[in-house]
Design a protein around this ligand. Structure first.
Ligand code: SF4
Length: 434
């Protein structure tokens, strides 16, 4: 039984220090992964794995051949004038590129989960600028970690292990000089890892903007901290937060769903990025950087691929096989029913989206490419199973710090299941043969 070092694609941290024991057919042991990562490797034989293409006939999903299902996909898209392609955050960059090419060929609209998550930060950063960093720099140099609207202890389970408890290459000290500040309205599991010198800030729900505005004000005019504090945070804690932000040598703000998904998210993100730029402009000895905590392992990949081929990171609308100007995203497209069929790749919008939107999505022909059953697979008209990237097929993915990482194939997929890229290429070939 051979041991091999591989990368886990269980979340966007893409830990590259996982040891697996495999005979090339099965994975017998996974060493070093968290529970979420272990679950990812167990997906190969999970109960909810999809092994065969399925086509809905008279309301019931029935087994089909791959060729039959591809023909049916092509039939649906041929009848469509407004195809919608969505997902692509749990597939390789190669599959994302194949999806964009397909969208262009069929004059569709393509968007990824990033559009309602970290893609917002990248969009806003075009106006404000953004200071980014890498996991290696965090491990080696960070002295301040701020988790804002995030729960990394559960969403990216090994992030705090690596960032907070590591010593780094360049100093003799580790956890003892690192301060963790958690800002969240909910007392999540991430509050549980706090030590005596850390700062727990249970902010009032929806008041992030008030806090950011006070911090921005304080960075310009010191000594006027509101006596009653702000957003449920008292004066002393506010002062501690400000001192840490302006005094850190290498501080990181991890932005999570609490901020990315909030109702006034765009304003909050814009002002938070402005605050960071303001602090960095004034800081003589250090800086604050941003890391976005998108959960899906290659959500960032879509932003990078779309930017590099289209100059726009999401919400790509094609007409006459050209990218055209569009302010739409997946939400507005579904809300306005501006689509007549959908091709969903590697995600579960029927669970993730509000019911009113899911209902509209289900009302039109729905094609799903995925490796596991979900609420979306229950509603789909055609399901094509895909191999698990990073286990059953290779591909490129972007880690949460924008570093491209190669994912390897470890074992063969069951039933000769194709990768997402191969399936999308096959659909594309079908159109060329028309
Ligand atoms: S933290 Fe993420 S990438 Fe690392 S082992 Fe856990 S699931 Fe896998």
């Amino acid at each position: 039984m051979a041991s091999e070092r591989v990368t886990c694609s269980g979340c966007s941290l893409l830990c590259d220090d996982i040891i697996i024991k495999s005979d090339g057919l099965y994975i017998d042991e996974v060493i070093g992964a968290c529970l979420k990562g272990k679950e990812r490797f167990d997906q190969i034989t999970a109960k909810n794995r999809i092994y065969n293409p399925l086509i809905r006939k008279y309301g019931v999903l029935e087994k089909a051949t791959l060729d039959e299902s591809i023909d049916n996909v092509i039939n649906i898209i041929n009848k469509s004038s407004k195809p919608l392609l969505y997902g692509f955050s749990t597939v390789s960059c190669e599959a994302q590129l194949a999806g964009i090419k397909l969208a262009k060929h069929i004059n569709g609209f393509i968007d990824s989960n990033s559009t309602i998550c970290q893609g917002k930060v990248l969009n806003i950063s075009k106006e404000t600028g953004i200071t980014l960093t890498t996991i290696s720099e965090i491990i080696n140099k960070a002295d301040l970690l701020i988790s804002w609207g995030a729960n990394p202890a559960e969403s990216i389970p090994r992030l705090l292990n690596k960032a907070l408890f590591s010593r780094g290459k360049f100093r003799m000290t580790g956890r003892e000089i690192k301060t963790l500040i958690v800002i969240d309205p909910v007392k999540t599991a991430s509050f549980g890892v706090m030590g005596v010198r850390d700062v727990a800030l249970q902010i009032e729900c929806g008041k992030d903007l008030d806090l950011i505005r006070v911090l921005k004000e304080e960075c310009c005019t010191t000594d006027s901290i509101p006596t009653n504090g702000v957003a449920g945070i008292d004066k002393d804690d506010l002062k501690r937060l400000l001192l840490h932000l302006t005094g850190a040598e290498n501080g990181i703000i991890f932005i999570g769903q609490g901020i990315l998904g909030s109702h006034n998210g765009s304003t909050v993100i814009k002002e938070l990025l402005e605050l960071v730029q303001l602090i960095n402009a004034k800081q003589q000895k250090g800086r604050i950087s941003i890391i976005m905590l998108g959960g899906h392992y290659n959500m960032l990949g879509f932003d990078h691929v779309a930017l590099s081929v289209c100059g726009k990171n999401h919400g790509l609308q094609f007409e006459n096989n050209q990218l055209i100007e569009s302010k739409d995203n997946i939400i507005s497209k579904i809300e306005n029913e501006d689509f007549d069929c959908s091709l969903i790749v590697g995600t579960d919008p029927i669970s993730h989206l509000p019911w009113q939107l899911s209902k509209k999505l289900m009302a039109k022909p729905l094609i799903l490419i995925d490796n596991k059953q979900s609420a979306t697979s229950n509603a789909a008209d055609i399901i094509i199973p895909s191999a698990i990237t990073g286990i059953e097929c290779e591909g490129l993915a972007y880690r949460l710090d924008h570093i491209p990482i190669d994912l390897k194939k470890i074992v063969n997929p069951p039933n000769n299941i194709l990768s997402d890229k191969e399936i999308l290429d096959k659909i594309m070939e079908g159109f060329k043969e028309d």
